[in-house]
Design a protein around this ligand. Structure first.
Ligand code: TNX
Length: 513
């Protein structure tokens, strides 16, 4: 707080006026920050200037949608030059997602080469404003943005979060809310785990019982649910309006009880098992020897690929404990070409590296710090051979792991994962023998065996998710727990304003509320 003096009648009154949030106090940490002297102050006559492009206008509307309710200002969109907030798309060396923010007394300008960069810049701008800007009713300002320049672009192109909508089903509205939370931290990939033993969550026209029967329950025996094609497209559209790409996953050949229960013919013995509502893993397998299995996969992949504008299709491949190794390899050899035939890049859990990953495939590592050396070496060998890696070490970034023994939700098979532990590692040197170029990024999965409500999602994701987002975005040179925890703590009033529940870790110096 700065202290300002003013005079009322004959008395001089000293009043604390809030200073602007320092330019670098955002999550993820920007690549470069040059503080200036004088802040910009948003007032009733601020306008949001956009260039002629449709995308800049759309992002301007999005920004106005955040600022108008809390400031109470009109903040009209305009294409005329003048003072205010400017959003500009121009050629420049910003990269696919980078941006530049210039702030001074006459305005704030965000410049980027691509819309995603402008959008990420808007998230930075948002975090530089007081947390009350997130509220839905008129709040007191002042609405200052510190002066200076930020030049920012991501370390990794793939910065993901996964939501398991199979173990418990989440509605379109719940997924949209999570998308908004992810966007605030510049996450750009939303991986949806759409099928598992406990539920099939996406309508497939050629195999309708997958959704109507296979989607009719969930862990604990609740009603489950599934996305119609229109629902799924609505999620994809909303994600893309927040510059996130949807990565759909159909987990195969294990984790398939819901499909096997829906169609008896998919089973080697022709007998459909019951629906499953427990939390065991590794007991189901598609029938690798049957041709029908590949007709099924072809239909599912074809329909899902057609609904998905994104580049990727995730085929799972983890915990296939009921599939022999030989069958697993055979299955993956047949299924990966189906994915590429429909124009998608294969992603699979890192067990795929024990088979033959196709050219261009990405493997998602979900081992632990102490996963045995042979398994890590197999992943590293695949990486040397050209398989890209997404890092999701379970004892670091699995958002369903308990923070401490007392965490009411979550599991602990990978260990207890406090906030510092989830942040304090480097994706760049996590796996020995992996070429730097093989690391495509990081992803924080949220498995939902114990996660039932939107508030449960928030509590497990916050405050760990912003740390994973920072590992994916910020240069390694900014990595420092002691300064990170202060920036993280400063996010809490924003979560309060947004109604985001979070774990009040004693490791983080939260502001007194
Ligand atoms: C392991 S991680 C699984 C999931 C579980 C999760 C629970 C992975 C690829 N498989 O089936 O939901 O643990 O933490």
């Amino acid at each position: 707080m700065a202290v300002g003096a003013f005079t009322v009648g004959a008395t001089t009154v000293t009043k604390a006026t809030p200073t602007a949030t320092p330019l670098g106090r955002v999550v993820p940490a920007p690549a470069s920050v040059t503080p200036g002297k004088t802040p910009y102050r948003i007032t009733h006559d601020t306008a949001i200037q956009v260039d002629g492009s449709r995308e800049a206008r759309r992002i301007g509307e999005y920004l106005a949608g955040i600022l108008r309710p809390s400031t109470g200002y009109r903040l009209p969109l305009s294409t005329h030059a003048g003072h205010g907030i400017q959003l500009r798309l121009t050629k420049g060396s910003f990269g696919a997602e980078g941006y530049r923010l210039d702030s001074g007394p006459s305005g704030v300008t965000l410049t980027a080469a691509h819309a995603a960069g402008l959008f990420h810049g808007v998230q930075t701008l948002r975090q530089l404003l007081p947390a009350a800007v997130e509220k839905n009713s008129v709040q007191r300002g002042p609405w200052q943005i510190a002066g200076g320049t930020i030049e920012d672009s991501p370390r990794y192109a793939y910065r993901g979060a996964m939501l398991d909508v199979s173990r418990h089903f989440f509605t379109v509205a719940q997924v949209k809310r999570y998308i908004d939370e992810l966007a605030l931290y510049k996450i750009n990939e939303l991986h949806l785990h759409l099928s598992d033993d406990q539920g099939w969550r996406i309508a497939i026209d050629s195999w309708p019982r997958l959704a109507t029967y296979g989607g009719s329950t969930e862990v604990g025996g609740g009603a489950g649910g599934y996305y119609t094609k229109a629902d799924y497209q609505e999620i994809v559209r909303y994600a893309s309006s927040r510059y996130l790409e949807v990565v759909p996953e159909i987990d195969m050949p294990g984790h398939t009880n819901a499909a096997l229960a829906s169609y008896a013919d998919l089973n080697c013995d022709g007998v459909a098992p019951s629906l499953y509502t427990g939390t065991d893993v590794g007991f189901s397998s598609l029938c690798v020897g049957k041709d029908l299995t590949y007709d099924f996969v072809d239909d599912v992949v074809r329909e899902l690929a057609a609904l998905t504008p994104g580049r990727y299709l995730h085929i799972g491949g983890d915990e296939a404990h009921s599939t022999s190794h030989e069958d697993y390899v055979k299955f993956m050899d047949r299924v990966q070409p189906i994915v590429t035939k429909y124009g998608k890049t294969v992603i699979a859990w890192h067990q795929i590296t024990g088979a033959h990953p196709v050219k261009g495939a990405l493997a998602q590592y979900w081992g632990l710090d102490d996963t045995d050396a042979a398994e890590k070496a197999q992943v590293a060998a695949a990486a040397k051979n050209g398989t890209g890696l997404i890092l999701s070490p379970a004892d670091r970034v699995y958002l369903d792991m308990k923070y401490t023994e007392d965490t009411p939700l979550g599991q602990d098979w990978a260990g207890l994962v406090e906030v510092k532990r989830s942040y304090d590692w480097d994706p760049g040197n996590y796996l020995a023998g992996v070429p730097t170029s093989a690391i495509r990024g990081v992803e924080a999965p949220l498995w939902s065996e114990t996660i039932v409500t939107g508030a449960n999602i928030d509590y497990m994701a916050f405050p760990r998710l912003p740390g994973v987002a920072e590992l994916g975005w910020s240069p390694a040179s900014t990595h420092d727990w002691d300064t990170y925890k202060v920036r993280l703590a400063a996010q809490a009033p924003r979560w309060d304003a947004l109604g985001i529940d979070y774990y009040r870790s004693p490791q983080v110096p939260w502001p007194a509320s």
